[in-house]
Design a protein around this ligand. Structure first.
Ligand code: TRP
Length: 459
């Protein structure tokens, strides 16, 4: 009896030394939703929608999530859970050593994205903190100008990186899972409350119209199509192995197909609701001009300006920026985890050291983005858009054509309905995803080029 018990303890101990696991199914879902829900949802989605056809864009976005997002997420899940390795090991196992450079590319994307994501998150931390302690500034534009770059931005960026590193040091179950399980429900309830409140504002109708009025003609525009696809990649955390890494901590009997649908739907829902918060507020105060000026303009200038003026704005604004901070933090965790897990798996370095080392390097590199908005924008265009779509193409090809046992992996734990759909997923990975994504890669490449031209070549 005691022998057997000892043997079990021993086996368990060995298992958890080799690979950590999520404690519960819900914990995995919340961690993955936490990764997906972030700055991308809370602001970029509604902004892109208002620019690109309103409800027509939302419709397109949902379609793209179904035909590209979910298949690629499933490809990441299959590669991650089957190998139970972070991207480098997973790609090596699925495709052979030739694929290792692709995995390095993933780790590089995680590094680069986190380096500037954390700068933006630092602004959010600052706004949340100031909203609670001193309120919103009267001149939000001047305030943003003063804090968005330089030592001010650097210190909050470093602070945010410290939060991120501490959680990742805590491990999969005690760090990532616990943080997401506490924070994601809070975020959701705050957001729904804010949307209900925004509904009562005068001018809410005009805000909804600007956000959602369908302009079907916009869908014929290739640029709208590509930006919807790139937005889906970023928002769902696809194309650089974040979902792959999380799935590698998952036990074998979860229904991956169902989880992918749940996670994608939750991500969309939060993005959609965030738009229902932001647009009425901005329009109630007649600040729509700031929306079209720039993406950061609305979030860090128009919205705080509105909070400063409206009654109850300080409380509402504090809650809004707190929710944003929570979203950013659970996303940053997943970006760091890709880098950390790869270091742990490949070099046998203990988690705490790996997290501290990788976090420090990323924080230092992020100082570049904290000193120049142009640099931040360029790294976003390169890593946050181009790298992800290239990474997604790689994954679709690897899992669609080459990886052995991918289908069986998705069939594990699948209900009969999902089982029937799995062949469809492979048809998409092979024939639908690659041509669409190649078009998006072309478009985003041109975008990077135009960013370089306008910011660095003066034309
Ligand atoms: N999805 C997050 C957002 O919407 C950002 C993010 C986290 C991410 N992890 C990622 C993006 C991995 C791409 C890949 O803000």
């Amino acid at each position: 009896m005691s022998d057997r018990f000892d043997a079990e303890v021993q086996a368990h101990a060995e298992d958890s030394i080799q690979r950590e696991v999520f404690g519960t199914r819900l914990g995995f879902i919340l961690a993955a939703v936490g990764s997906a829900v972030g700055l991308g949802n809370m602001w970029r989605f509604s902004y892109t929608a208002s620019e690109g056809g309103g409800a027509a864009f939302v419709f397109l976005y949902v379609i793209l999530t179904l035909i590209i997002g979910i298949p690629i997420m499933l490809a990441e899940f299959a590669a991650g859970r089957k190998s139970r390795r972070s991207p480098i090991g997973a790609l090596r196992e699925a495709g052979g050593p030739k694929w290792i450079p692709v995995a390095f590319f993933y780790v590089g994307a995680g590094f680069l994205i986190l380096s500037y994501y954390s700068v933006i998150a630092g602004w959010v931390v600052r706004y949340a903190f100031e909203a609670i302690t001193i309120g919103f500034p009267a001149d939000a534009g001047a305030h943003f100008e003063a804090i968005s770059t330089g030592p001010q931005a650097m210190s909050y960026h470093l602070l945010f990186m410290i939060f991120t590193v501490i959680i990742v040091m805590g491990g999969v179950e005690k760090g990532i899972e616990r943080a997401s399980s506490l924070m994601m429900p809070a975020l959701f309830f705050i957001l729904v409350g804010l949307a209900a409140w925004a509904f009562t504002l005068d001018g809410a109708g005009a805000g909804y119209a600007a956000y959602l009025q369908p302009q079907w003609g916009d869908l014929l525009d290739g640029g709208t199509f590509a930006s919807a696809a790139a937005q889906a990649f970023f928002s769902l955390s696809l194309g650089m192995g974040a979902m792959l890494t999380f799935a590698s901590y998952l036990s074998k009997d979860e229904n991956l197909n169902r989880e992918a649908v749940v996670i994608s739907f939750a991500d969309f829902l939060v993005a959609f609701i965030a738009g229902l918060v932001v647009f009425p507020i901005v329009f109630a105060l007649g600040l729509q001009g700031a929306v079209s000026e720039s993406t950061v303009g609305a979030l860090f200038i128009a919205l705080p300006g509105a909070f400063a003026e409206m009654s109850g704005g300080r409380i509402i604004g504090s809650l809004f920026f707190l929710a944003l901070m929570v979203g950013a933090l659970t996303s940053a965790i997943s970006l760091l985890e890709v880098v950390v897990a790869s270091i742990i798996d490949e070099f046998d370095i203990p988690r705490k050291k790996a997290a501290l080392g990788a976090g420090t390097l990323i924080a230092l590199f992020g100082l570049l983005s904290a000193s120049s908005l142009d640099t931040l924008g360029l790294i976003d265009a390169v890593a946050g858009e181009l790298f992800l779509v290239i990474g997604g193409l790689g994954l679709a090809i690897l899992v669609g054509y080459r990886m052995k046992g991918a289908r069986e992996e998705l069939e594990k734990g699948a209900s009969p309905l999902f089982r029937k759909l799995i062949p469809v997923v492979f048809v998409f990975l092979r024939y639908i995803v690659p041509p669409i994504v190649i078009f998006v890669i072309y478009d985003r490449l041109m975008n990077v080029w135009s960013v370089i031209q306008t910011t660095y070549l003066g034309g």
